[in-house]
Design a protein around this ligand. Structure first.
Ligand SMILES: Nc1ncnc2c1ncn2[C@@H]1O[C@H](COP(=O)(O)OP(=O)(O)OP(=O)(O)O)[C@@H](O)[C@H]1O
Length: 447
């Protein structure tokens, strides 16, 4: 299957309406590629049960779930010692008899994929050689990532096989699938069960819809998913996962999952409390660059992220910094997701000390060891208004990381001063002026 795939989706291949969904899907893939650990979350899980009178089980250990030994071995071999926050509640619900339907929302990296993969592997009967679980993902790259988790978790359960229903994987007419798990994108999945009848949808026990928020942004995916769902038997367990839960996602979720239990885990809040914020007044990008050099000359910066508004500025700045002798990594929109993941990985490993990037590329990426964030350009939305949310994401820290940080904003016009003032008002946190021609003053900010 891997050999059949072309390179990852690029923005060039898309129509304009699809750009947002492609960015979302790419972001999600990027997060998966660069993630090395569970994203910890200290918030409480909110649970809404279909039947409020039934007792709510949550587990502290994987043993309590009475998994097949081959699966427990698979779980431990992945380095999981205990269920994540969302898994504590989601797993007993998904593994209950009779199976329960579930809608679960929690941010990327909290263990949703591992949870539903475990549920699918627990429910299949390997002695039956036909599809019993379907999992739909928004893109084939995301489907492949989930497939990898199935392969890893099921490594000691080799009787269970999976097949990818993705564009490019063409099967001869009349094929009857023998694999127990089918994972793919909605269009191909629909063709496989509706048009080509490669398997019998009435025999499906578990239907998983992953990344619902990304899914609904892609034209046609919603309808295709609903059409697949309609072919499944009433007894089929329906599971839907999403990182965010806007109204539109919720409406879609309710159409896909009848009588759901609902689990939500709020994202850990980011705060500016532990961040010292400054701004520097300049007149041009050259002056901004000079200010940046002065800062680097005065204080030791282990690792910094620098945000620019456009690819062009980012490219220019990366070049200038390299000429000054800095080890610079550039993250840019025209790079494919895999290339971006590699750049971030190198930066995380400390191979480069400065990461220059545009906003699109770096949304949602945590690089814990970064202590200095520089807004070479202030974050604005497409209408040129201050983008407070992005400002917070760039420089904010969750309580968990708690470390002190430094944020420096470059202001180069009346307009950008105005934006800075609005950001300051919005967060009600003072942003101090920094004179970068005064070395003593710069040294003070690092202490
Ligand atoms: N119980 C666990 N203990 C330790 N690590 C875990 C556990 N569950 C999952 N992980 C790991 O944490 C990371 C995130 O898990 P997972 O991919 O399942 O999260 P997710 O919520 O599905 O995120 P995304 O939607 O981005 O895929 C993965 O590297 C996974 O291997």
């Amino acid at each position: 299957v891997y050999g059949l795939l072309g390179p990852g989706a690029t923005l060039e291949t898309s129509t304009l309406e699809n750009v947002r969904s492609i960015i979302l899907a790419a972001q999600s893939l990027l997060n998966k590629l660069i993630r090395s650990n569970l994203v910890k979350n200290t918030n409480q899980v909110e649970v809404l049960q279909k039947d409020p009178n039934s007792p709510l089980y949550s587990v502290r250990t994987f043993e309590e779930l009475r998994l097949k030994p081959q699966l427990l071995q698979g779980v431990y071999s992945m380095g999981f010692n205990r269920p994540s926050k969302i898994q504590e509640t989601a797993l007993p619900m998904m593994l209950a008899e009779p199976p329960q339907n579930l809608i679960a929302q929690s941010q990327s990296g909290t263990g949703k994929t591992a949870a539903f993969v475990l549920a699918m592997l627990s429910h299949v009967d390997p002695s039956r050689k036909y599809p019993q679980c379907l999992c739909v993902s928004p893109t084939y790259e995301l489907a492949l990532q989930t497939g990898k988790v199935i392969e890893q978790m099921g490594q000691y359960y080799s009787e269970v096989k999976l097949v990818y229903a993705i564009r490019g994987n063409k099967l001869p007419r009349g094929t009857k699938l023998q694999e127990q798990i089918v994972i793919g994108t909605p269009g191909t999945m629909l063709d496989w069960c509706g048009k080509f009848k490669f398997f019998d949808p009435k025999k499906i026990l578990v239907f998983v819809l992953d990344e619902a928020d990304v899914m609904i942004d892609t034209q046609g995916h919603q309808d295709q998913s609903i059409r697949i769902q309609r072919m499944l038997p009433q007894s089929c367990q329906m599971l839907l996962f999403s990182a965010t839960f806007e109204e539109s996602v919720w409406n879609f979720a309710k159409r896909i999952v009848p009588d759901p239990n609902i689990i939500k885990l709020k994202r850990e809040e980011e705060t500016l409390d532990t961040i010292k914020q400054y701004y520097v007044l300049c007149n041009s990008r050259e002056e901004k660059f000079k200010a940046l050099c002065n800062i680097y000359g005065a204080i030791t910066i282990a690792q910094a992220m620098i945000f620019c508004h456009t690819r062009k500025t980012a490219g220019w700045l990366a070049g200038e910094l390299s000429r000054e002798g800095h080890q610079v990594a550039l993250l840019s929109g025209e790079m494919q997701v895999e290339q971006r993941a590699a750049v971030i990985e190198r930066f995380r490993e400390g191979k480069e000390k400065v990461l220059v990037t545009t906003n699109v590329c770096a949304r949602g990426i945590d690089v814990e060891q970064v202590s200095v964030v520089i807004n070479f350009d202030l974050p604005v939305d497409k209408d040129g208004n201050p983008d407070n949310e992005t400002y917070l994401h760039r420089i904010g820290r969750t309580g968990r990381f708690g470390k002190r940080g430094l944020a420096i904003n470059m202001v180069d016009s009346k307009m950008s001063m105005n934006i800075l003032n609005k950001i300051q008002e919005h967060f009600n946190k003072k942003i101090e002026r920094l004179d970068t021609d005064d070395l003593d003053e710069i040294e003070k900010i690092a202490s």
